[in-house]
Write a protein that binds this ligand. Structure first.
Ligand code: SF4
Ligand code: SF4
Length: 286
């Protein structure tokens, strides 16, 4: 049977807030009987954007991670709810707006923090994948419809087709240790969860007559090699037109690496780099 899945591309999320706002537009003050009571106009919507800054000046990046309810197959909220939360055959998890009344205890039942307490209605609530629209023939929830960058895509597909997509497109789930079998998958999740080593390569012409400092010029196209502490090559890249390079997808606290640069028959390094968090190693002169 086909089930709904949301795929989120972390690289494409610009933190524009359209998903957040369209969720509010759809649900604030709107009662969708059998699906959800109205969302309060103050406070978060049912999709939040987490942010993570990596690196140090001048090589810094920021990744944004949209986090809705994961509509888990093995959902702790359903287990804890004693019938108030339901997993539908199409994969959607619904917090029944009648049975979830007075169930503030369910706020803590979700390892992703997706359940919110509506104080006014005394109701435990969360994202419904806009099931009231899907059941009327809509192809996507409002957040997906409003995303201008294509970071959110929505699919109704069989399990084996999803397994194929996961392998082919290297999709991942967020916080797999929660072991809840989410229906939400991420592409380029390493931008948020992993670390990088970044730096720049430049030439220095040395002192010019009169004792003044010479010019520095960035080197485009230099070959940059990354080795781990056992001397195994872990990556190879080329510097961009600004002389910058980046090795991404490294685990935090993964020990000491070395970086070596080669260009025009010249070699610089190895430069030792300890990776605890993402690190910008500055300029390697060659
Ligand atoms: Fe339940 Fe949380 Fe999973 Fe959503 S993400 S189905 S609220 S456990
Ligand atoms: Fe990111 Fe799309 Fe949401 Fe904008 S609408 S914050 S790009 S997921």
């Amino acid at each position: 049977m086909k089930r709904y899945r949301l795929i989120i591309d972390v690289e494409k999320c610009e933190n524009c807030g359209n998903c957040f706002l369209s969720c509010k537009d759809e649900h604030v003050g709107n009662d969708w009987p059998d699906y959800a009571g109205g969302m309060p106009d103050q406070g978060p919507s049912w999709i939040r954007i987490e942010a993570r800054e990596r690196g140090q000046y001048p090589l810094i990046d920021v990744a944004y991670l949209p986090v809705p309810c994961m509509h888990c197959d093995k959902a702790p909220c359903v287990d804890a709810s004693k019938g108030a939360f339901l997993k539908r055959a199409d994969g959607v998890v619904i917090a029944d707006p009648e049975k979830s009344k007075g169930r503030k205890d369910l706020e803590g039942a979700c390892p992703y923090g997706a359940i919110q307490w509506n104080n006014e209605l005394q109701l435990a609530q969360k994202c419904t994948f806009c099931a009231h629209l899907l059941d009327k023939g809509w192809k996507t929830p409002r957040c997906v419809q409003s995303c201008p960058t294509g970071a959110l895509t929505f699919h109704s597909i069989e399990d084996d087709e999803m397994d194929r997509l996961v392998k082919e497109q290297k999709l991942e789930i967020y916080r797999p240790e929660a072991d809840t079998r989410p229906s939400v998958y991420y592409r380029n999740l390493h931008h948020f969860t992993k670390c990088f080593i970044a730096g720049s390569v430049a030439t220095r012409s040395g002192l010019i007559p009169g004792g003044e400092e010479g010019k520095e010029e960035c080197v485009e196209g230099a070959r940059v090699l990354l080795f781990d502490s056992k001397g195994t090559r872990r990556g190879e890249t080329r510097t961009d037109p600004f002389g910058d390079f980046k090795f991404d997808g490294l685990d935090g606290d993964s020990g000491t690496y070395t970086v070596q640069v080669e260009t025009g028959g010249r070699v610089a390094g190895p430069v030792a780099v300890e990776v605890r968090e993402s690190v910008s190693i500055g300029i390697i002169y060659i």
